[in-house]
Design a protein around this ligand. Sequence first.
Ligand code: UD1
Ligand code: MG
Length: 493
Amino acid sequence: MTTPPTDREQTAVIILAAGSGTRMKSATPKMLHRVCGRTMLGHALHAAAGIRPDSVVVVVGHQREQVSEAVAGLAVDLGVPVTTAVQERQNGTGDAVAAGMAAIPADFSGTVLVTTSDIPLLDADTLREVVSRHGMRPRAAVTVLTSTAPDPTGYGRIVRNDDGEVLRIVEHKDASEDERAIDEVNSGIYAFDARVLRDKLGELGTDNSQGELYLTDVIQLARRANGVVRGHRIEDADLVAGVNDRVQLAALAREMNRRLCESAMRAGATIVDPGSTWVDVDVRIGRDVTILPGTHLTGATVIGDDATVGPDSTLQDTTVGPGATVVRTHAVGATIGAGAEVGPFAYLRPEADLGERSKIGTFVEIKKSRIGAHTKVPHLTYVGDATIGEHTNIGASSVFVNYDGVNKNRTVIGSHCRTGSDTMFIAPVTVGDGAYSGAGTVIKDDVPPGALAVSGGRQRNIDDWVIENRPDSGSAEAALRSRNDSQKDGLTP
Ligand code: UD1
Ligand code: MG
């Protein structure tokens, strides 16, 4: 019989991240590979921070500079103090935990939670469950989190007696044929009584097939010393599934994505095809949002209520206002106002800031520009480093010429302007409220409010230039035919 947990013990978390991750075949350390926009190390630290532990230690070894730098960045983001401990040689999980324990005060007597940095779906709830099981009376010396693996190859197997008590963990490589038939496996996540752990780590040996110090051996040592050893089997095996190679990385990313889509749908969003929709962990999706197939929402993207996104759109760190529509668009670091319409085929770059009910149409690129409410940039246009007021219309095929080869310059356009097709705004330049420009205008000087800007001289036609200079061309022949036809019809050429 188990009873409710005893008073809250102090908790320390040790995250193992010293291994080399050889099977990833990567220059990047395994734990820095991403799953749904967050590194696996990030997932591990988020889960650990979620249980509000008294201390967190990450054990680094292989590529330690890169890993330590990532740890430091994550600690700042999460606002929790994290220590790194170095394991000089990768001499097994027992040795790695010993390195971690060296960073925890010698008189610490609470619970030590051990996890690894390659279990992307592990969450704070699962860790809390382990701590809570561990604390049930009689208080355990060790609690190991286990699962049922469809294919247990490679995992340590949980050996229990007829009463269901955990006797020991045997590694795949050391297991007999009978033991290999066991499908309950060690997740690599444990809660330890700190004193037992410290004591038993000192007794580990290397008499095994890999010649390493196995953390798993602490279990039989604790049991021999009459400690309570608890095995807590988790139903949802994906929560504790590890990544050793890129095939597993992809499989678990898909599973996490499935869960993220599911929670968005449960919160009131329509995702037409979750299988082709990718959502990062930090993305927020409102109610009555519709996500059409082929959409990737990454980073800190936020989709407001009633917005429609997709199909075939990628939004990174982009905020979409309520009721906006974003079709076949690539956006990075953009802000899209309420009710705005974007696309199809729009490219929004960092600091594109689109006002309420504005419209950014087809083959339009916007960079570092504020587009006022109700303003339209409907076709084939580049807007860079500009501020455009409200209710303005920018004609098709316009270019905000912001770069003089050395500096980026700003263009300011007022409200209620109508600029003609093919207007070039040679920045720095200002166009006043209510001003117009004719088609094909090159605006080099400021335009006062209410003025019509036109540039270039009167059009000049050089008669027969093509007929004389390109005599045998299709153009000349067409021109001559047209001239003859009109003469026959009694028209002047
Ligand atoms: C380990 C367990 C196994 C369990 C499996 C779950 C042992 C002996 N075996 O096996 O029972 O089923 O995890 O995934 O513990 N690490 C270090 N330093 C080292 C060795 C490993 O930091 O010297 C870290 C690795 O970076 C990794 C974790 O410990 O994050 C597990 O190491 P790994 O080599 O993957 O152990 P497994 O053989 O998978
Ligand atoms: Mg492993």
